[in-house]
Design a binder for this molecule. Structure first.
Ligand SMILES: [Zn+2]
Ligand SMILES: [Zn+2]
Length: 342
């Protein structure tokens, strides 16, 4: 049911409140195309000519007449070389920026958007992300691997050639640890994985269910922070994306294939961020065997797709409480309609 009055909703997985501002009334049809498209052909695109621009290839995977290529980021945020020793300066703490920053060039074709990719291509991309994540956690200094995609200028992309990125770091990001703490607390009280319980409730209620591929579901989260925010949750429990089975990745690929196009259509191609919500590396877990078992049982990886429809404003900045004018129930209904039309 779409709420008929404004609601404050608690986000059980990420923590924090969201204002679902129904009465401010932005319906799915209100998203007019206001987007300046990124140039469709770029004569100097470095990803079109990888051999010249970036001869050092970390991984390559052929898919039909296409290929996925992983290269180091030429302007990395973090680098492998320095040791992550901590430096204290009075009240402040700093650390060498140890890590890895890689670019996954998703296609050799400049204009082939991810939403046009075949299911096999999407599955291959997930496998490449997973293989790179597994490889990097072999470096025991690294505590977290983040796979992400910025699509469109509003989402922070500076190149239009389809690509995603991966940053492995020697820190455990605050957001990751907050979510892990919430999942662990739920597991301690209820002896169940919070995300598995969320999947069961969403399948039961159906109003926020966007797509069900059996081995994965797409849902508009109860406390969506942006219009048309969509999560893809594998139904097979796995704490980390690194541990996901091939069949689970295949179901996630089928889900992405179904929803990416409709999501872009619903938001007038506003651009989006795709992030994998993943557990920190198990090596980094300092709470012994019991803590590790709790992590394995309570954390459950997923993909978040966040269309960049609304810019953050002062209230969001001050309170980390987004105001979302499109109820997730309305967004899910609209996306289901677009999926049925495909
Ligand atoms: Zn290109
Ligand atoms: Zn689970």
């Amino acid at each position: 049911m779409t709420p008929d009055a404004d609601e404050l909703r608690w986000d059980p997985l990420r923590g924090g409140w969201v204002v679902i501002a129904t009465t401010r009334g932005r319906r799915p049809s209100d998203f007019a195309p206001t987007v300046t498209p990124v140039a469709s052909s770029a004569p100097s695109c470095p990803f079109c000519d990888l051999e010249t621009a970036q001869p050092h290839v970390l991984a390559e995977r052929a898919v039909g007449n296409d290929r996925i290529t992983v290269v180091p980021n030429l302007y990395p945020a973090l680098r492998i070389e320095p040791e992550p020793e901590t430096r204290e300066r009075g009240l402040y703490v700093a650390r060498a920026a140890t890590g890895a920053h890689e670019v996954i060039v998703e296609s050799r074709f400049h204009d082939r958007l991810l939403e046009q990719a075949t299911r096999d291509h999407l599955a291959a991309l997930l496998e490449v992300w997973q293989a790179r994540s597994r490889d990097l956690v072999g470096d025991r200094r690294l505590q977290h691997v983040q796979v992400f995609k910025n699509c469109g200028r509003q989402a922070g992309a500076t190149k239009s050639h389809p690509h995603s990125q991966l940053i492995a770091s020697s820190i455990r990001p605050a957001r990751v640890m907050r979510e892990l703490a919430l999942a662990t607390a739920h597991f301690t009280c209820h002896h169940e994985c919070l995300s598995c319980a969320v999947i069961a409730q969403e399948r039961d209620e159906r109003t926020r269910l966007v797509f069900d591929a059996g081995g994965a579901v797409a849902v508009a989260p109860f406390a969506s922070r942006q219009p048309f925010e969509t999560w893809v949750l594998p139904t097979e429990h796995a704490a980390s994306f690194r541990d996901a089975s091939p069949s689970s990745l295949s179901a996630v690929a089928a889900t992405l294939e179904a929803i990416l196009g409709p999501l872009q259509a619903a938001t007038a191609r506003a651009g989006y961020n795709l992030v994998i919500v993943d557990a920190p590396t198990t090596d980094s877990f300092e709470h012994g065997r019991q803590g590790l078992e709790q992590l394995e049982a309570s954390h459950h990886w997923r993909i978040e797709l966040t269309p960049r429809v609304l810019p953050g404003a002062g209230y969001e900045l001050a309170t980390e409480t987004p105001i979302n004018p499109t109820p997730p129930e309305a967004a899910a209904a609209h996306l289901r309609m677009l999926i049925d039309r495909k």
